[in-house]
Design a binder for this molecule. Structure first.
Ligand SMILES: Nc1ncnc2c1ncn2[C@@H]1O[C@H](COP(=O)(O)OP(=O)(O)OP(=O)(O)O)[C@@H](O)[C@H]1O
Ligand SMILES: [Mg+2]
Length: 274
């Protein structure tokens, strides 16, 4: 459903340009989850922003991002607007910055539904309540009227997911969705994402620097280093039998216990990294 072909993204710089994504190709099938992992600054967020047409204005792109055959990179703002939310939903790392502090959870979820689908107020509110229930927020009937500052980080992230789901997208992009959360909440959020892929047949792009997260929640993995795709394949084989030295370094850099945890999901080759 999504095919990224030879995508490059560059920013003008005095005396030339800085290429932050360099000739990356990757595909995501319907109902499939793709993990993207790589060090800070490797271009993961730029790749996902390009996919929803939200790159900074100064970015220069080449290649194609095809959503069901249509190139997102050449779409106009109107076409992009109808694509965001309705075809592709985005979940951000820090839900506080993604949410509007002056609107209740329910208003923010309902806004897109009313705007894009012309649904009436009462019906949009009922749908918001169903979505809050779906992301397993405690006491949704009360939370629907809460403001972001009245909620915990995990609750805010659930609202973020409900907003992303509101327009029933086919593809969800989650850029470090659990980084700001503690491990138990992290597990809940990943469970919800897993469920959405399994029950609704959503496609998922999950960006994380945490190989444990990638191991438990994705079918395929793309490893990025300095804007390039250094390795891609089924998650299990990428983690068990990494072929790129960079991937081996990423695995080796994990604390021993985390590496062992990874081993439970996808045991590493004898000796772990190298
Ligand atoms: N507006 C911009 N102008 C110029 N360069 C930028 C701009 N935004 C980001 N970059 C550069 O693009 C590169 C890739 O950034 P990106 O945010 O995609 O990294 P990332 O892999 O998501 O990192 P992290 O794990 O820290 O989120 C970085 O080197 C960054 O400095
Ligand atoms: Mg990023």
């Amino acid at each position: 459903m999504l095919a990224i072909r030879n995508l490059s993204i560059a920013f003008p710089r005095p005396g030339g340009e800085a290429r932050v994504v360099d000739d990356v190709s990757v595909e995501v099938g319907r109902g499939e989850s793709l993990g993207i992992v790589g060090e800070s600054g490797s271009g993961k967020s730029m790749l996902s922003l390009a996919t929803i047409g939200l790159l900074p204005k100064s970015a220069r792109t080449s290649g194609e991002i095809l959503l069901e055959g249509k190139n997102i990179l050449t779409m106009g703002e109107r076409e992009l607007c109808s694509l965001r939310g309705r075809r592709i939903g985005m979940i951000f790392q820090e839900p506080m910055t993604a949410l509007n502090p002056a609107m209740t959870a329910g208003e923010q979820i309902a806004e897109g539904i009313r705007l894009h689908r012309g649904t009436g107020r009462a019906e949009a509110r009922a749908e918001s309540l169903r979505l809050l229930d779906r992301v397993r927020i405690p006491d949704p009937a009360r939370r629907i009227d809460s403001y972001p500052h009245e909620m915990s980080g995990g609750q805010r992230q659930r609202v973020g997911i409900a907003i992303a789901l509101a327009l029933k997208p086919d593809l969800l992009i989650a850029d470090e969705p659990t980084t700001a959360l503690d491990v138990t909440v992290q597990k809940d959020i990943l469970d919800i994402l897993d469920e959405l892929v399994a029950d609704l047949g959503l496609s998922l792009i999950l960006i994380s620097h945490d190989l444990g997260v990638i191991a438990r929640s994705t079918d395929r993995t793309l490893v990025m280093c300095r804007g390039r795709a250094v390795e891609a394949g089924p998650t299990e084989s990428v983690l068990r039998r990494p072929s790129a030295p960079y991937t081996r370094d990423l695995i080796a850099a994990l604390p021993r216990r985390a590496r062992a945890g990874l081993g439970e999901e996808a045991p590493l080759a004898a000796g772990g990294a190298r």
